[in-house]
Design a protein around this ligand. Structure first.
Ligand SMILES: Cc1cc2nc3c(=O)[nH]c(=O)nc-3n(C[C@H](O)[C@H](O)[C@H](O)COP(=O)(O)O)c2cc1C
Ligand code: SF4
Ligand code: SF4
Length: 448
């Protein structure tokens, strides 16, 4: 039976599934309920000088049938007094001594950092997370992402914290920066024990077409908020990978955050270098109970692959994430349609003809609506397979028959890459494109 327990930078937990700092960790009641349901740790709702929050404060992208495919908030740190939070942290630790309780902190001055670190350590917190990520409200006051976007300031504060803290320190990074490695390096230079990412992405969810104000609405006005939920997972995965691959950062354990809602998401983060996982939006959407399926799924995955501990597969996908210039330019695939599965919707034809490479034709025959791939035009882009509504109806078949791989880097070394605007070495030279006037074949007098 695989062992899900972890030791993350010295913070022990019965499993890698932690609640991220946010509404689900606002109180002792919620954290106890979560631990009871099976969560291994919780990063407490960020503590600091308590704020006053606005109403309303959440927005959502409801994409077709999926509610909260992307989520956004303009909530600040905790609005509850520090003493109440400290008392509840102490109580949670009494009932759950082996679960991880991490205090997320955000204050301004060195003296405030030193004071609040003493307070949460005295309350029994197992670790500290520095919130350098909040992209709304707090950054207007010089905190949150205002710190995360200034590596020199981040490094100084991490140094203050490391000098004061006795428990492990996790630096939480903002994705609202052009190069995540810069704050990652600053956290490493400051001596942080670990990093976590991502916090939310600065965003506007939409505009009310009657009031012309952005969502969420606050008395006819709005402001940019922080984006999270399933839609941000690809951005989070990329940033986790950047840090996990960096030679001067990879010694710090990474807590992966952003759009995690099932065990598969969790495994992907682990394969790219995360060794603990944090979840906020999915719990706000579905409740604490989702952790049961997450634990069962992760355990089964590990058993199937023969892994005994989480550490056995941290970062195993990293060697396969390379730079574009190292990809094999001779690898070629072509689309194949399974006529037995095809329902004749012809979405693939429309996508390829209008949005790709005119490599699908409709048959003249009245008895079949199954389109046909024109092999010599197909560049193997995948678009038709992505739009096809039937699972496994369009697959990509390899057709290079094992020609020796060659990369852009190798071609460049051999002076075989295009260097002029009309170079014969251009990849698309000789690809079929229809005569422009063929576009008129659909024209009717009604349109023009
Ligand atoms: C309503 C809301 C409030 C949040 N408050 C905090 C906070 O106080 N401190 C913090 O570090 N992150 C906060 N976050 C960010 C989350 O901890 C997390 O980094 C982000 O939501 C991405 O994870 P997710 O996609 O699982 O939600 C908040 C997120 C939401 C949705
Ligand atoms: S999109 Fe898929 S189901 Fe629809 S016509 Fe193309 S192959 Fe058939
Ligand atoms: S893989 Fe791309 S080019 Fe080939 S048929 Fe599909 S959409 Fe067209």
């Amino acid at each position: 039976m695989p062992d899900l327990s972890i030791n993350f930078a010295g913070i022990k937990a019965p499993n890698p599934f932690w609640l991220a700092s946010g509404p689900p960790t606002n109180s002792g009641y919620q954290v106890m309920k979560a631990f009871d349901a099976g969560w291994g740790g919780a990063v407490w709702k960020t503590l600091g000088i308590p704020v006053v929050n606005v109403s309303s404060r959440y927005g959502s992208i409801n994409y077709r049938d999926t509610r909260m495919a992307g989520f956004n908030n303009i909530e600040l740190i905790t609005d509850r007094p520090l003493a109440d939070n400290l008392r509840e942290i102490e109580e949670v630790k009494k009932y759950f001594p082996h679960h991880a309780v991490i205090a997320s902190l955000m204050v301004e001055s060195k003296a405030e950092w030193e004071q609040i670190i003493r307070d949460v350590e005295n309350a029994g917190a197992d670790g500290i997370e520095l919130n350098f990520g909040c992209p709304h409200g707090m950054c207007e006051r010089g905190m949150g992402s205002a710190v995360g976007q200034e590596p020199a300031v981040l490094e100084t504060i991490v140094q203050w914290v490391m000098a004061a803290a006795k428990v492990p320190v996790i630096t939480k990074l903002t994705p609202n920066i052009s190069h995540i490695v810069d704050p990652g390096l600053a956290a490493a230079r400051g001596g942080s024990d670990a990093v976590s990412l991502i916090n939310t992405i600065k965003s506007i969810m939409g505009i009310d077409l009657n009031t012309y104000a952005p969502y969420p609405l606050v008395d006819g006005k709005g402001t940019n908020g922080g984006y999270c939920g399933p839609a941000v997972k690809p951005i989070a995965l990329e940033m986790v990978k950047e840090l996990a691959q960096h030679v001067e950062i990879k010694h710090m354990p990474i807590s992966g955050i952003g759009g995690i809602e099932n065990w598969r998401d969790a495994v992907e983060f682990i394969l790219l270098g995360a060794s603990s996982l944090q979840v906020c939006t999915a719990v706000m959407h579905y409740g604490f109970g989702i952790v049961r399926e997450m634990k069962v799924g992760l355990t089964e995955f590990m058993a199937q692959k023969g892994y005994e501990r989480i550490d056995d597969f941290v970062g195993l996908a990293l060697p396969n994430v390379t730079e574009w210039k190292h990809l094999n330019l001779n690898y070629q695939v072509v689309a194949r349609i399974d006529a037995d599965k095809c329902i004749g919707c012809q979405l693939c034809y429309v996508a390829c003809d209008d949005g790709a490479h005119q490599a699908i034709r409709l048959l003249e025959s009245a008895d079949s609506r199954v389109p046909e791939i024109i092999d010599e035009n197909c560049v193997g882009c995948n678009l038709c397979a992505l739009v096809c509504p039937v699972e496994e109806c369009i697959t990509m078949e390899r057709r290079d028959h094992g020609v020796a791989p060659v990369s852009w880097d190798q071609l460049a070394e051999a002076n075989k890459v295009p260097t002029t605007f009309d170079d014969d070495l251009a990849g698309g030279k000789g690809h079929h494109v229809p005569n422009p006037t063929e576009a008129f074949k659909f024209r009717t007098d009604d349109v023009f």
